[in-house]
Ligand binder design. Structure first.
Ligand code: SF4
Ligand code: SF4
Length: 311
């Protein structure tokens, strides 16, 4: 096994392919999760997709303590008695331990797919897409980091009449995006987390100027449907002030609607598997009455903004 590539726009790694998804756009879809993201959201629910390069994930509950990985590692980076198990500063992510492991305890996160190979896999489910009004969804991580690859992929997929959706956090070079990716996309889910610049720097790792500029540009053109979404992160994005600021901003931009993305804590355990500290967030899914309250609050905010702007 060779060391994987990093943020080479022609050779992105794919973390996962989810076939038969009913949650990532209309109809039945195949979702492609790209590895790599320019943001570092402190609440990222899919941390495997943040770094563009390959990573080793270790799941202690599956470990047999057989020691095969220790024998296989040429850099002496694995210690069965160390709580972290892998010394990440020594590990060069060669993947030899993963090959030696007899079970699912070790996993190499991120695989390169030749573009034709991936297109063939996506087209395999074309009859399901057609019958359900579904298609392909590009997700991540951030697919827009890889305009060369994405354009090549969609040039192979789109002529078959496949509906293409893109999930993005919005931090991309607009001219490159507009010329390479936008012509092939039917629907864009655009995540809006903060309007306040300092909150964006604090919680996304970057200012949001480019994100908001790109949102305005996309909502101002008509060739593609754009659906803004607000990821609900308890204690961070769900404050009344933040939700009001987002709704007001979207109203000014003429957004036709906005969706709340429910909080999903399932990714929290992944941080430990990658050898990273987990963010200090609730490990529980919100209770139904909490969700109901949030939706009511959100409706009230939308109503107030509409009334105020119409007055
Ligand atoms: S991936 Fe890292 S821990 Fe595993 S064998 Fe290679 S260097 Fe050792
Ligand atoms: S090879 Fe796999 S099962 Fe064996 S000790 Fe290493 S991680 Fe555990």
């Amino acid at each position: 096994m060779t060391q994987g590539p990093s943020a080479d726009t022609r050779r992105p790694l794919i973390v996962a392919l989810r076939r038969g998804s009913l949650e990532d756009g209309p109809g039945i879809r195949t979702v492609v999760f790209f590895k790599g993201c320019p943001l570092r959201c402190v609440f990222c629910h899919n941390p495997e997709t943040q770094e563009p390069g390959p990573e080793i994930a270790f799941a202690e509950e599956h470990c047999l303590r057989c020691g095969a990985c220790v024998q296989a590692c040429p850099l002496g980076a694995i210690d069965l008695d160390s709580p972290a198990r892998i010394d990440r500063r020594r590990c060069d992510r060669c993947g030899l331990c993963v090959e030696a492991c007899p079970g699912p305890a070790l996993r190499l996160v991120g695989r390169y797919w030749e573009v034709g190979e991936l297109a063939r896999l996506l087209l395999r489910d074309a009859p399901f897409y057609r019958h359900s009004g579904g298609g392909v969804t590009l997700s991540g991580g951030e697919a827009t980091m890889y305009p060369d690859y994405v354009e090549s992929l969609l040039r192979l997929v789109k002529p078959h009449g496949i509906h293409v959706a893109l999930q993005t956090a919005g931090h991309f070079d607009y001219p490159v995006f507009a010329s390479r990716i936008l012509p092939w996309v039917d629907l864009i889910y655009f995540d809006v987390k903060f309007i306040d610049r300092s909150l964006s720097i604090a919680h996304l790792g970057r200012p949001n100027d480019l994100i908001l500029e790109n949102l305005a540009r996309l909502l101002g053109q008509t060739s593609v449907e754009v659906r803004p979404r607000i990821p609900v992160i308890p204690g961070l994005t769900d404050s009344r002030e933040n939700l009001t600021a987002i709704v007001e901003h979207l109203y000014r931009l003429g957004a036709p609607d906005v969706q709340l993305l429910p909080y999903n804590p399932l990714g929290l355990q992944t941080y430990g598997r990658l050898g990273r500290p987990a963010p200090d967030l609730s490990a529980a899914f919100p209770k139904p009455d909490e969700e109901r309250r949030l939706v009511e609050t959100f409706r009230e905010i939308v109503g107030r903004v509409l009334n105020r702007c119409a007055a």
